[in-house]
Design a protein around this ligand. Structure first.
Ligand code: GCB
Length: 619
């Protein structure tokens, strides 16, 4: 199924964008009967008509932590609703689209009681042309059923079972991944218009030659038709503007909608701290025209879309990952989209704060562990020169069945399709800690990696593996990748308290990964749970001092490894503390953050900052 809606909605002289964020209404279905609403057709009328309790619910946000009762642990469906008006002007000569940035996990959407679209696998956008369902010049109602249940076939997997409580049986959701299964309408809801015939998709790839000539290969897709033959598009004007609006390259393309722009003296896209002007972006303008019969002067503009573009070359070998020909050393984090109250809901204040902290600490990269992050954050990363290892939502997968494989492929297709035009994306991560040593993993990953490679758009494939590198056959995934990433918790899950074992264990393991698979190697996770404010000398686990000691030993190991040209990066687990399911190994959630959940530094942040800036200055 080709995915749609993966071009970010942007306004232009031919397009209008409205955001439907704000207070929506929420109805929580009985966990024991999640399909009641479908049976009773709750979408046909306002949810108030059900006579059931309706509560206000902000969008975007996870619904879990908003109320004071146990909505947090709800299993099954909830129903969202709101109304909006569309003016009469929108009825003629345009199409109106409704687009969700992400709803976790599964969503079914109705407009005025008519089914408009559905989507599963959270964290990804989806949209539909709703022109035929709207009341123009009147009120309209959106209803969304959102289901948070995870099964053996969802990405990620989970199990729903029941427990006997003091008041009867109730379903519970379990999962093995280590972050809270927040749910709801997590990102913005856009209502936007396009002309009848419009640009529906764009793919670009860029290169920079050694003599600073930029090259942008582009392809655009058109959608729609009009009865009016005089309104058929005849050509596209493609113009690249620099950040002052000056045209740096242009082309008129007649009928063939792919081409190449050459940009002499191009300003390259560079990562943060690698150049005085990191994150340089051009604007690539596509203008779709119909020629008038009288001649060129009277060309009519049908559609215009502007895409931010960074020009850079990405390449890799069996030892290095290179940007504009320079080998990269990645200094960064695994992260989460997570914060107090709003859960996984998009929050611009948090996004800006996080980027300020990333830059303060001197990092140049992060991995979108363990799912695609918001499109708004991807754009921010482009602008700030922060490199992204872009991970799909296959975390801790196990039980390798064909239905899981097809959902996993779809998760990767949608991720790559959405993010392929971002300069910041330097690799695709196909999974985090899959049970890659199990029966069935080999054929599963062969199929998955072959497919992903066929759509990889010039990026290397990686994964965060926690199997053992020795013997190599214990991991059925590493040999298939371009960059081998591993997660290892020396002196935490293994040999707790023994910071004196880290340097040898880590350097030896990294060496084995490289020797066995002959690929560049990166450590994607290391760290220690740390209660802010807890101090102890001699160091003792969970204290801030222990986190400092554990990091310091890792730094020694990294410095040894960096002498080998194949060790390409160090990612801390985690950027900030985050919420998990309730278990006795977690105090209020996972506390491996360098920053607290409210984004203030722990002691370790200062030594990490010292190191990251020192590394940046060496290069
Ligand atoms: C891991 C996982 C990550 C966990 C982390 C931990 O290996 O990839 O999701 O949060 O360990 O802290 O246990």
């Amino acid at each position: 199924v080709p995915s749609t809606g993966l071009l970010y909605p942007r306004e232009s002289e031919t397009r209008e964008v409205r955001i439907l964020d704000g207070m929506w209404r929420l109805l929580i279905s009985q966990p024991s009967d999640p399909l009641q609403g479908l049976r009773e057709k709750w979408y046909e009328e306002s949810l108030h008509k059900t006579g059931l309790e309706i509560i206000p619910m902000p969008v975007p946000a996870s619904y879990n932590d908003i109320t004071t009762d146990n909505l947090r642990d709800h299993v099954g469906t909830v129903w969202y609703e709101r109304t909006f008006f569309v003016s009469r002007d929108w009825e003629e000569n345009r199409r109106t689209w409704l687009r969700f940035g992400s709803v976790h996990y599964e969503a079914v959407v109705w407009i005025n009681g008519q089914n408009a679209m559905s989507h599963s696998i959270g964290h990804l956008p989806f949209e539909a042309d709703i022109s035929n369902l709207l009341n123009f010049g009147g009120e309209n109602r959106i209803t969304v059923m959102c289901d948070n249940r995870l099964t053996n076939h969802t990405v990620p997997q989970g199990q729903v079972s029941t427990v006997k409580t003091d008041s009867g049986e109730t379903p519970i959701q379990s999962y093995t991944f280590d972050f809270f299964n927040y749910a709801g309408i997590h990102r913005s809801v856009h209502l936007y218009t396009t002309p009848l015939v419009h640009i529906s998709d764009i793919a670009i790839s860029t290169q920079l030659s050694s003599d600073q000539v930029g090259r942008i290969d582009y392809r655009i897709w058109l959608d729609g038709s009009t009865e009016d033959s005089t309104m058929q598009p005849t050509h596209v004007l493609v113009q690249l503007r620099d950040n002052e609006g000056v045209v740096a390259a242009q082309q008129v393309n007649r009928a063939v909608y792919n081409g190449t722009l050459l940009v002499p003296g191009a300003k390259p896209w560079w990562p943060y701290l690698m150049h005085p002007e990191p994150g340089y972006l051009y604007s690539l303008e596509f203008e779709l025209f119909v020629s008038s019969v009288e001649g060129d002067d009277g060309d009519e503009l049908l559609d215009a879309y502007r895409l931010p573009v960074g020009i850079r070359t990405l390449s890799w070998t069996s030892t290095s990952l290179l940007l504009n020909g320079k080998p990269l050393y990645l200094r960064g984090f695994g992260r989460h989209e997570d914060s107090d109250i709003r859960g996984k809901g998009l929050d611009y204040a948090l996004l800006a704060r996080d980027f300020n902290l990333i830059k303060w600490v001197g990092a140049n990269a992060y991995r979108t562990s363990h799912y695609p992050y918001s499109e708004e954050s991807m754009q921010f990363a482009d602008e700030h020169g922060i490199m992204i290892v872009d991970e799909c939502s296959a975390v801790n997968i196990d039980i390798f069945e064909p239905e899981l494989l097809s959902n996993h492929m779809s998760a990767l297709e949608q991720l790559i399709h959405r993010d392929r035009n971002h300069a910041s994306v330097i690799a695709w991560s196909v999974a985090n800690e899959p049970r890659s040593f199990k029966m069935g993993a080999l054929s599963y990953f062969q199929a998955l990696v072959n497919y992903t490679r066929s759509i990889a758009q010039g990026r290397p494939l990686t994964a965060a593996i926690n199997a053992s590198p020795d013997p190599p056959k214990q991991c059925h995934l590493a040999a298939l990748l371009d960059i081998v990433g591993f997660n290892r918790y020396n002196a935490w899950y293994q040999n707790s308290g023994r910071t004196d074992m880290i340097v040898n264990l880590l350097t030896e393991e990294a060496q084995r990964w490289h020797q066995n698979f002959g690929k560049p190697v990166i450590l994607f996770e290391y760290g220690a749970d740390t209660m802010e404010g807890l101090h102890s000398l001699p160091v003792y686990i969970w204290s801030e001092d222990y986190q400092v000691a554990l990091f310091s030993q890792h730094f020694k190991a990294f410095d040894k490894l960096r002498k080998q040209n194949w060790f390409i990066g160090e990612f801390v687990w985690n950027f900030a503390d985050f919420k998990t399911a309730q278990t006795y190994t977690r105090v209020g959630g996972n506390k491996k953050g360098v920053f607290t959940r409210s984004r203030q530094p722990k002691e370790v942040a200062h030594i990490l900052r010292w190191r990251y800036f020192a590394l940046a200055n060496e290069l």
